[in-house]
Design a protein around this ligand. Structure first.
Ligand code: GCV
Length: 701
């Protein structure tokens, strides 16, 4: 071999040793790669010489095995599981203790002296503690001398999958469904277990496996067996399974003539169905229901109320300790009404009428998962009904899987909003965690962004949204920044400069997106793909499925007047909240067009007119995607090549599409404003007709 070849071989080996490992993103934040710093490894290893586990229940075994696998990877050495620590020190003891000073059953305590003790009142508490301990190592924190207690603030922390029997996912952008219904119950895809591991590691304890636009097929004996097989995989990870149900199932699969919730035969059908389910799945969680919403049937078809429908199902589940999660996402096809007000109008009068095992699940905003929405007014007006939160992780309105949008700031913005329901500091978070109204049940759900893509979420950085949701569901006081930082370290790199750069990208990404997509309180829940810009769309089967219904652009100005002069939706909020938003002079700019129809030439607090401010935001938003690209280029050396290229490609697409969004809005709105594009911004290179053509071509895909 000549010297040149030997040199090249050496160089390749050296480069590979220094470069991050190849990684396809499958391992999520549970990578457990060897900690690079040998002395750090040795310090950890001294406190992790064995894992002592006295119990033998499935969840405890999971805790020990997860800890063992994690330590093996991080420390590069086998850590034995023993049944008792005896006199030994330097190990980790996993134990349940009924008298633990945690606030609730799923909380954990980690203390460290000669041994590190991870304890919970229940097995699940120990499992969450084991993952928390691993997180300490993954993020470079100390593990000895620890003294920490952590409790979930919300009881039911769930994912909602909008997955169908044919493997498709409504609003899913990461491949097809994770659940192979045709293969179940016989074949158990190993991925089901990895799904459960990921969820348990962030504290998620429930999952609804099928779409809220539900098929009655899920309640047939054939499908219940499949669902039971999934439940068996999830159980050792402390995760309960729930089903979305089709309200008229007693008719469609039960052979009854009605689905009237007050009909005794219908009641019996559901009670029998519940018994059948619990025989197969003894720890079944309950039902999620979308009724009288977007064409889905419900109790109102029989002149009954949402409470009648929910309570009927609640009675069927109560003997088995199951719960009903009834969605408040409702609005009628009334062009004259304001969709913003619909859920409040239907649900507020029912406060206090729901059975004890019912939770009403409310989307964070009054419309539909828009890039920026004010909090739903319902959170401030139903003290006698447990209200659960519904966030969306899948990026229906957030650029699917090609745009980078870190969602923790969206979640936090809503959770930290003050409803003033019992005076100042009555945040949405305190409503849903039950601390304000002593709700007996508390819940939070995220519409999942997972799919069959190898990296689970399509966009590699969208994993951060799943992660942050779970962690916030556990503790809503955590900051977006802390969670981003944690996720980056566990998933992408621990190199400080790159951690900082990526964290910064994540934190700014939502505002960048809002700027080029829907600045200052514009919204765009019109019908169709929910992706292509189409502010001109004015025809649809219902008026509230057009674009013009929402932005209300005309020759005078832009925005939806929701003050007393307009739809008066603001009246649904407490006076203190109304005060913040009622006056266009003082309404914060991010919410301005949600509540006001503002003249094009109106001077805003920024010193610019509405038109100039809009243009500034559209243009700087689109330009900022270039900034994201530059930031990403800087972390190349510290991120594995596959993930790096994947994100770089998506950012390039995002850049192209951001300009597309900017051009569509600016050119369309200019027809009303009749104002020039302000300097230093340049007129779009294409015409409005050309953008419209582009959108038509997109829609043909
Ligand atoms: C599951 C929006 C989405 C629908 C979704 C609905 C809902 O309208 O576009 O796909 O249906 O919300 O949350 O029920």
């Amino acid at each position: 071999m000549n010297y040149k070849i030997i040199f090249l071989l050496l160089l390749t080996t050296w480069c590979r040793a220094g470069a991050p490992d190849r990684d396809d993103g499958y391992r999520l934040w549970l990578k457990y790669d060897l900690i690079k710093d040998a002395s750090q490894r040795a310090t950890y290893a001294r406190s992790a010489q064995f894992i002592a586990l006295s119990g033998n229940t499935p969840v405890l075994k999971t805790a020990a095995e997860e800890l063992q696998a994690g330590l093996q990877g991080l420390l590069g050495k086998a850590v034995p599981i023993v049944t008792s620590a005896g006199n030994k020190t330097g190990g980790i003891i996993l134990t349940t203790r009924a008298d633990l000073p945690t606030r609730n059953d799923e909380g954990y305590q980690i203390t460290g002296k000669q041994n590190i003790t991870v304890s919970g009142r229940t097995d699940a508490g120990v499992l969450y503690g084991a993952f928390a301990l691993l997180r300490q190592l993954q993020t470079g924190q100390p593990i000895s001398g620890l003294s920490l207690i952590s409790n979930p603030k919300i009881q039911l922390r769930m994912l909602n999958h909008w997955d169908n029997t044919d493997g498709s996912i409504e609003r899913g952008y990461a491949g097809s469904s994770l659940w192979n219904w045709y293969e179940l119950p016989e074949r158990i895809d190993p991925r089901y277990r990895d799904y459960a591991r990921a969820n348990a590691s962030i504290g998620i304890n429930g999952t609804v496996v099928n779409n809220v636009n539900a098929s009655s097929r899920f309640l047939t004996a054939e499908y219940l067996e499949k669902v039971a097989a999934l439940a068996n995989v999830f159980r050792p990870y402390g995760i309960k399974i729930y089903l979305s149900v089709y309200f008229p199932a007693p008719k469609t699969i039960g052979g009854l003539k009605t689905a009237d919730p007050l009909d005794p035969e219908v009641n019996k059908w559901w009670a029998d169905k519940a018994t059948e389910i619990y025989k197969l799945i003894p720890d079944f969680g309950g039902f999620l229901v979308k009724a009288n919403s977007e064409g889905q049937p419900g109790p109102q078809d029989y002149n009954r109320t949402h409470a009648d429908g929910a309570n009927m199902l609640a009675k069927a589940l109560a003997p088995h300790k199951g719960i009903v999660i009834w969605r408040a996402f409702v609005y009628k096809a009334d062009g004259k009404a304001d969709r913003f007000k619909a859920a409040y109008e239907e649900f507020q009068p029912l406060d206090g009428q729901f059975d004890k095992n019912v939770i009403v699940q409310v989307k964070n905003g009054p419309i539909d998962f828009q890039p920026r929405e004010p909090f739903s007014p319902i959170f401030g007006v139903m003290p006698k009904t447990p209200l659960g939160m519904e966030f969306q992780l899948t990026q229906e309105y957030l650029g699917f899987a090609t745009h980078l949008v870190y969602e923790a700031p969206i979640f936090k913005e809503c959770l930290d909003s003050d409803t003033y329901v019992t005076g100042k500091n009555s945040t949405v978070a305190k409503v849903i965690d039950g601390s304000l109204h002593a709700y007996p049940l508390t819940a939070i759900a995220g519409v999942a962004n997972t799919g069959s893509d190898r990296n689970w979420t399509g966009h590699p950085l969208a994993q951060a949204n799943w992660y942050a949701f779970g962690r916030l569901a556990w503790d809503h006081s955590l900051s977006s920044e802390a969670l981003a930082n944690e996720w980056v370290k566990m998933t992408l790199t621990t190199e400080p400069a790159s951690v900082k750069t990526i964290t910064d990208m994540l934190l700014k990404s939502r505002d960048i997106y809002v700027n080029y997509n829907t600045p200052m309180g514009l919204s765009r829940p019109w019908t169709g793909a929910h992706f292509a810009p189409e502010p001109w769309q004015n025809r649809s089967s219902r008026p509230d499925w057009t674009a013009i219904y929402y932005h209300r652009a005309d020759s005078l100005g832009l925005g939806f007047d929701r003050t007393a002069k307009g739809s008066n939706a603001l009246a649904q909020y407490r006076p203190e909240v109304q005060q913040q938003w009622n006056n266009p002079e003082t309404c914060p700019l991010p919410y301005l067009l949600w509540f006001h129809h503002v003249p094009w030439t109106k001077k805003l607090s920024t010193g610019r007119t509405l038109w100039d401010e809009l243009c500034t935001r559209f243009y700087t938003g689109a330009d900022s995607v270039g900034w994201l690209q530059k930031q990403w280029a800087q972390v190349k050396k510290d991120v594995n090549p596959e993930t790096f290229d994947n994100v770089a490609g998506r950012l390039a697409t995002q850049q192209k599409e951001a300009i597309w969004w900017r051009d569509a809005w600016v050119l369309y709105l200019q027809e009303f404003s009749r104002q020039p594009i302000p300097a230093p911004f340049k007129k779009p290179e294409r015409s409005l007709d050309e953008v419209k053509q582009l959108v038509e071509i997109y829609k043909m895909r």
